[in-house]
Design a protein around this ligand. Structure first.
Ligand SMILES: [Zn+2]
Length: 271
């Protein structure tokens, strides 16, 4: 019993040390692994993914994906700086690539590594539609949702003895792969929790609005997603991001707050 108590207090101390604040929600989140440990794995996997898939270059659509990505990244930096989180994006190396693939999907790996599949374009329809999806995916990355999942996975696998995380440790890599779906298919993640989805919806709306895109378009995008999910096998993004009526209603409810947030940065007209 005594030993168990000792282990539990050690674990509690470790969790205390390993917590960090989510700048968008003010909530404490679990972070057993730091960005400096995760980013190199992420960047390596991203480059490998790009080398193994067909990256679309030089087309109007590819340019649009880069343009939206840059605007979302600048919006994130503005928001974080204005809220006392200078340096939060340290180590980020933003990248935005359109990849030839019929999947209705997009994702953002840690450190700002974004992929949009061409299959998303007909559903997104407009630049604001792309911004809604990308804002949402970037929000997961900024709020370290994957990192929290990785930390939870590591607690399971390693027990509480994660004081020194070694990247070469197969258990660390295993936790990373499970959290980010690396291995056979990059970007195919386990579904996030409903709480993380709501967070990403809200942060994503802020980001798209500050970037100059109309947050009202997000609800329309999710309606199109819903209409698109009628088939037998829903596309990857839709299977992990169900566009339910309550979700769409919630996004509608949050849009005015996103516009008010954008106004703080002088953005009052949207495209
Ligand atoms: Zn999501």
């Amino acid at each position: 019993m005594k030993k168990l108590g000792l282990i539990l207090s050690f674990a509690a101390a470790l969790l205390f040390i390993a917590c960090k604040t989510n700048p968008f929600t003010g909530k404490q989140t679990l972070a057993l692994v730091s960005n400096s440990q995760i980013f190199p794995m992420s960047f390596q996997q991203y480059n490998q993914f790009l080398s193994e898939n067909k990256v679309v270059k030089g087309t109007a659509e590819a340019d649009m994906v880069k343009r939206v990505g840059q605007r979302i990244a600048i919006a994130a930096e503005k928001y974080l700086n204005a809220n006392g989180y200078q340096g939060y994006l340290k180590g980020y190396q933003w990248d935005y690539n359109l990849v030839q693939d019929d999947q209705v999907n997009a994702w953002c790996m840690p450190g700002g590594k974004i992929v949009v599949y061409t299959g998303l374009l007909p559903v997104a329809q407009t630049e604001a539609g792309i911004a809604a999806v990308m804002g949402h995916e970037v929000a997961h990355a900024l709020a370290n949702h994957g990192q929290q999942r990785m930390s939870a996975g590591m607690l399971q696998q390693i027990g509480a003895v994660a004081g020194n995380v070694i990247i070469d440790d197969p258990r660390t890599l295993n936790a990373f792969n499970q959290a980010y779906g690396i291995g056979t298919t990059v970007g195919v993640m386990l579904p996030f929790s409903r709480g993380h989805e709501t967070e990403a919806d809200q942060i994503g709306l802020y980001l798209m609005a500050i970037a100059g895109y109309n947050p009202d378009e997000a609800a329309n995008l999710w309606l199109r997603m819903k209409a698109n999910s009628g088939g037998q096998e829903p596309p990857e993004f839709l299977s992990t991001h169900p566009a339910t009526d309550s979700r769409i209603a919630n996004i509608r409810k949050m849009a005015p707050a996103a516009k008010a947030e954008a106004a703080k940065f002088g953005v009052t007209s949207f495209k």
